[in-house]
Ligand binder design. Structure first.
Ligand code: PL3
Ligand code: FE2
Ligand code: FE2
Length: 238
């Protein structure tokens, strides 16, 4: 029977043990996860530039955010190379296509509320949650890169947050509607990535928890009350 002492020791080793980055299973999962992250950063670059065309007086600021995303993309490309993994880019394109399609539709309509919700809130919160969990189990090379990336992602989340907060009186209804349409896509993306994430020692519950923290904090900051936030979060269940 395990004693308290053995349980504690087991707990410690758990925390200190990193996955085998050279195993075929790890590399196979990494080829898809790495591609998702590279594609996500590339689309984030495009999306911030697109948003900049809708707010010409903020185009310079948005261009700066976009350029950070390109740097992230390069950083994560280096992480894959470092492990000798070829990123499965067609898989990643497919993975993002429903959300990308919704962003494009919103952009064509000039619907800034939906554009900011998709890119700056949902995608950034998804990235922040994934990067936090990944940092705990990453190889040392990737950990350093991811630690720097995640700081930038908070700036991006904040940027969208501030815009939505300043415009809340006119965009609240649209925000709730856009959330209803797009939060379920994030949930399904998380479901799709869960098995591969598990191969990297990333736990799905932990990912969901981190996502919810970033998402709820951000809605609170925008000025939604707790009932509205609870309603919005429930959209993920349907
Ligand atoms: C925009 O700044 C970021 C867009 C990227 C979103 C990707 C989310 C990634 C989910 C998969 C978990 C992987 C974490 C591992 C990192 C190599
Ligand atoms: Fe990024
Ligand atoms: Fe970002």
């Amino acid at each position: 029977m395990p004693t308290l002492e053995t349980i504690e020791v087991a707990g410690e080793t758990d925390i200190n043990t990193l996955p085998d980055f050279t195993s075929e299973k790890y590399k196979d999962a990494y080829s898809r996860i790495n591609a998702i992250v590279i594609e996500g950063e590339k689309e984030a670059y495009d999306n911030y530039l697109s948003i900049g065309t809708l707010i010409p007086e903020k185009a310079d600021e948005l261009k700066k955010l976009a350029i950070m995303e390109l740097k992230h993309m390069k950083g994560f490309t280096a992480c894959g190379k470092n492990l000798g993994v070829k990123a499965d880019m067609p898989f990643a394109k497919e993975f993002f296509s429903p959300l990308h399609g919704n962003f494009q539709k919103a952009f064509e309509k000039g619907d800034l509320t939906t554009c900011f919700l998709i890119q700056a809130i949902l995608i950034e919160a998804f990235a922040i949650s994934a990067y936090h969990v990944y940092i705990r189990v990453a190889d040392p090379f990737a950990r350093k890169i991811t630690e720097n990336v995640v700081k930038d992602e908070y700036l991006h989340l904040n940027y969208g947050q501030e815009w939505l907060k300043a415009n809340l009186s006119s965009c609240k209804e649209e925000l709730i509607k856009a959330n209803k349409a797009n939060l379920p896509l994030i949930k399904s993306m998380l479901d799709q990535v869960a098995d591969d994430a598990h191969s990297l020692d990333m736990d799905k519950e932990e990912l969901m928890e981190e996502f919810m923290i970033a998402y709820q904090d951000s809605l609170l900051e925008i000025g939604m009350d707790s009932r509205e936030i609870a309603r919005m979060a429930l959209a993920a269940l349907v």
